[in-house]
Design a protein around this ligand. Sequence first.
Ligand code: S3P
Length: 437
Amino acid sequence: MRIKPAKCIKGRLSLPGDKSISHRAALIAALAKGKSRLKNFASGEDCAATLSCVRQLGVTVQEAGHEVLIESSGDLVSPSETLDCRNSGSTLRMLAGMLAGQSFDATLTGDDSLRRRPMRRIIEPLELMGAHIESQDGRPPLHIKSGGPLTPIFYVLPVASAQVKSCIMFAALHTDGRTAVIERTSTRDHTERLLQWFDVPIEILTPSDYSSNTIVVEGAVCLTAREVTIPGDISSAAFFVAAAAMLPESDLIIDNVGLNPTRTQFLTTLLSLGAHIETDNHRDECNEPVGSVYVRGFERNTGFRGSRGRLVIDCAGVAALIDELPLLAIVGTQIPGGLEIRDAAELRLKETDRIAATAKNLRAMGAEVKEFDDGLAVDGPVRLQGATIEPGGDHRIAMGFAVAALIAEGESEIKDAGCVGVSFPEFFHLLEAVMEH
Ligand code: S3P
């Protein structure tokens, strides 16, 4: 895919459904008796992998445009074949929690990237609950053995991970007691919100200093089907927001986008740097905050406000920005003083090593980058140069560098650009529709 620099971004968009919420909606609907209608379901391959796993577990799934109908008896059946989660860590980790308390065996695997990703983080708590899971080296494939009901646990998450938290919450549904998961750093709370939408009793205790969240899940509850409207994906919106904020004379509106506070830190960070971003039309849909985002570009010859020294993102900031960090590093090249990301070793364990991929491609575009074990630092502001980008099969790297290409001097080429289909197949088409040269 060749990308020429753009003059500005102008238009009005509504985006496909949030990937994280779509996975959860499909999995919860599979456990809920009756017919659930999921509106604005995510269009990417990751969520398609979740749907095909759910089908293999004896649940009826019908797709019609952006709607998915899921009909379940409330019970899952033994899959005759291995469940292939393809590129999707969310599918594998959350499904493992759902399958751990079942009376049948199941094997979960994925593509080359997913088979390299760490699963001890879910195996350990699930085994504490009484599950039996075999793996080699704590990586997929995972063989989940049939077992009786699980035992509730009180578990402090050793990594800030919504996937691990959700895995335990799904397993907790197969206990006949109360499971408590404690997170010391907040992560996206879609599982909590969606289980509540399906009337599962969930209690969330947060001390007044916000130092942790304790999520208590009541097990042995029968779920009933519901309709779910899924908001547009804020992590997909982030690419358009960044491009519009940086390109002068841009004027962009994104409607019906998820504005859950555990996901909006990217907007907050750009706002703190002087970007022209507003949100409006706030409402709650199916227990998730939704609204519109308005972005205007900087006035000509102005740009991001610098912070004193480098802007540093670390600790809780990393968890809140986890999927936006490569894009933020690209934005960092336009911030006076630059940007430093630390405490982010988790980024090396994503679809690809996102620290290495970001550093390599930014350097190809002429940026000064220092790489650390747990992050990177970029100097700014610098005029990026068009380059050949190698995303390494990672959708967020491909889309982030498409944004970099828009603000660069000269044309860029994104290799293997089809990988954006993992989360956002419409990305290049929508970008073409709103950019002006
Ligand atoms: C996700 C959680 C995050 C995120 C991923 C989606 C989710 O992963 O990076 O894209 O849907 O729960 P971790 O929980 O592993 O940090």
